[in-house]
Design a protein around this ligand. Sequence first.
Ligand SMILES: *[C@@H]1O[C@H](CO)[C@@H](O)[C@H](O)[C@H]1NC(C)=O
Ligand SMILES: *[C@@H]1O[C@H](CO)[C@@H](O)[C@H](O)[C@H]1NC(C)=O
Ligand SMILES: *[C@@H]1O[C@H](CO)[C@@H](O)[C@H](O)[C@H]1NC(C)=O
Ligand SMILES: *[C@@H]1O[C@H](CO)[C@@H](O)[C@H](O)[C@H]1NC(C)=O
Ligand SMILES: *[C@@H]1O[C@H](CO)[C@@H](O)[C@H](O)[C@H]1NC(C)=O
Ligand SMILES: *[C@@H]1O[C@H](CO)[C@@H](O)[C@H](O)[C@H]1NC(C)=O
Ligand SMILES: *[C@@H]1O[C@H](CO)[C@@H](O)[C@H](O)[C@H]1NC(C)=O
Ligand SMILES: *[C@@H]1O[C@H](CO)[C@@H](O)[C@H](O)[C@H]1NC(C)=O
Ligand SMILES: *[C@@H]1O[C@H](CO)[C@@H](O)[C@H](O)[C@H]1NC(C)=O
Ligand SMILES: *[C@@H]1O[C@H](CO)[C@@H](O)[C@H](O)[C@H]1NC(C)=O
Ligand SMILES: *[C@@H]1O[C@H](CO)[C@@H](O)[C@H](O)[C@H]1NC(C)=O
Ligand SMILES: *[C@@H]1O[C@H](CO)[C@@H](O)[C@H](O)[C@H]1NC(C)=O
Length: 420
Amino acid sequence: MVFTQLLFLLAGILGLSQVIAASRDCVVRPLGQGKDDTDQVEAAIAQCGHSGTTTFQPGTYNITRKMTWDLHSAKVDLHGFLSFIPDIEFWLNPDNTFRVVFIQSQASWFVITGSDFEIDAHNTGGVQGNGQVWWDFFTNHTREDGDGRPIAFTLNNVTNGVVRNFRIESQPFWCNTVSHSRNVVYDGMYCNASNSNPKFFGQNIVPNTDGINTYVSDNVTLLNWDITCGDDCLAVKGNTTNLFVRNVTCHGGNGIAFGSLGQYANLSDIVENVHMEDLKMVRIDKNIQPNMGNAVYFKTWTGSVNGQPPTGGGGGTGRVHNVTIQNVVYDQVNEPLHMYQTNGGHSQDLPSTLMYSDLTFSNWSGTFLTNTVVDIECSPAVGCDDITFNNFTFTSLSAGALKFICKNVENLTGLNATCN
Ligand SMILES: *[C@@H]1O[C@H](CO)[C@@H](O)[C@H](O)[C@H]1NC(C)=O
Ligand SMILES: *[C@@H]1O[C@H](CO)[C@@H](O)[C@H](O)[C@H]1NC(C)=O
Ligand SMILES: *[C@@H]1O[C@H](CO)[C@@H](O)[C@H](O)[C@H]1NC(C)=O
Ligand SMILES: *[C@@H]1O[C@H](CO)[C@@H](O)[C@H](O)[C@H]1NC(C)=O
Ligand SMILES: *[C@@H]1O[C@H](CO)[C@@H](O)[C@H](O)[C@H]1NC(C)=O
Ligand SMILES: *[C@@H]1O[C@H](CO)[C@@H](O)[C@H](O)[C@H]1NC(C)=O
Ligand SMILES: *[C@@H]1O[C@H](CO)[C@@H](O)[C@H](O)[C@H]1NC(C)=O
Ligand SMILES: *[C@@H]1O[C@H](CO)[C@@H](O)[C@H](O)[C@H]1NC(C)=O
Ligand SMILES: *[C@@H]1O[C@H](CO)[C@@H](O)[C@H](O)[C@H]1NC(C)=O
Ligand SMILES: *[C@@H]1O[C@H](CO)[C@@H](O)[C@H](O)[C@H]1NC(C)=O
Ligand SMILES: *[C@@H]1O[C@H](CO)[C@@H](O)[C@H](O)[C@H]1NC(C)=O
Ligand SMILES: *[C@@H]1O[C@H](CO)[C@@H](O)[C@H](O)[C@H]1NC(C)=O
């Protein structure tokens, strides 16, 4: 007891967090086919998740219920996959998931909280989502936001967390979410939602498999991401500030989204100080994923309230300000850049009061399938201000005159065409 206190005191004085971090070590091995690993996984994290190191040996860990890892001054080496049982009715029972992600009341089966930790999955481990059975199931069941389909990997209430070389196979729904967190680095993230059931070839049966949704989080860094999905590759949602993104490849889906914003009439969504660079959008085999929407797009709800979240909403205030997106290469997207403020709305709605300003798009090039190069439709209530293009080039793969659409935009510069 005395010795331990002395050790902690010394460590505190000398700033030797390593002394503490090295004080506990847990090693876990998969129990094998037919066995349930959840108890031993939770026990290891309970024992070594505070000031310790937990090592998961390679292999598959059978996870049969919701799980939170509370990590403080801890390291996790995850060499294998946490495989979440493909029992849809079980997970859809609200008691069997967490609802820590406020927006759209989304469900999570695996939540990380805490501070000063690193999870390294060494490109050989992560989460196995067993998504195919989910995607098949929802081809003939109603699918809505907040319906309980679980997020594969959630970071909530994290400070100073690092996730490295992590793989998520077959996410049933959103792949990642970071919410109510700050100072988080994801370096190396792979998500892949690819239908392999020939019955559904040529259809997007993997909607809502977003690479990540960022929400109410400050100073998040995303490096070296590789996302295959049928929805938003990245979705920057309300109160994401100081976001840095570098080297992201999106295979299929909608592209990189800012939004949807303004869904909650009682909340403002502030997105500020975002820098993204080295982005690549690639259209893939249309049998696997028919969509490749935009390189980047921005969307808000209207100024009217149309129903309640999670499925309805609107009327929220806020702004998107100081965003730079540079070095973008896109391949056969529908439209390189789209901005609109009418998500979930009707023609007679009040216009959104959420304003886009100080946006810079530099060094873009690639091919697109339509004639519309940019479609910037800002709210008549507030307009957009200061949109700058530098070295913004494009090749249309369809015949006909190119269109540059701008509505309610002030101070747009650098586009090699008249935008109207
Ligand atoms: C996972 O554990 C459950 C509960 O014990 C068991 O029924 C199931 O067969 C196991 N799954 C695998 C793939 O081992
Ligand atoms: C967030 O985590 C801290 C500890 O890191 C804890 O004290 C606090 O209660 C948590 N907040 C919420 C809302 O869970
Ligand atoms: C729903 O789709 C699944 C997967 O394709 C199929 O096995 C099942 O028979 C369908 N059920 C109904 C009621 O159509
Ligand atoms: C942002 O997060 C990084 C990585 O955790 C950290 O090194 C940096 O100090 C943070 N910046 C601020 C202003 O807190
Ligand atoms: C995604 O998974 C599919 C099916 O397993 C595979 O064919 C494809 O190569 C994977 N994509 C990437 C980018 O690894
Ligand atoms: C970009 O990220 C991919 C993984 O998604 C990685 O293989 C590649 O080396 C990274 N490129 C650079 C220049 O870091
Ligand atoms: C905002 O409204 C939502 C319902 O739309 C409610 O759940 C939430 O508690 C409200 N938040 C605040 C801060 O009033
Ligand atoms: C975003 O931050 C603002 C100002 O701090 C706050 O009023 C608003 O409720 C926050 N919005 C969300 C979605 O948390
Ligand atoms: C704009 O955002 C960048 C980070 O992307 C930041 O470095 C810069 O200080 C911000 N500019 C202003 C005026 O706040
Ligand atoms: C223009 O952008 C492309 C990438 O889209 C890049 O390869 C090229 O170097 C840029 N040119 C200049 C002058 O920056
Ligand atoms: C457009 O930019 C000019 C010069 O910076 C500025 O004076 C003007 O107020 C801006 N327009 C709007 C609507 O902000
Ligand atoms: C504008 O774009 C066209 C076609 O890409 C090109 O031929 C022309 O030189 C460009 N003009 C300027 C001023 O950059």
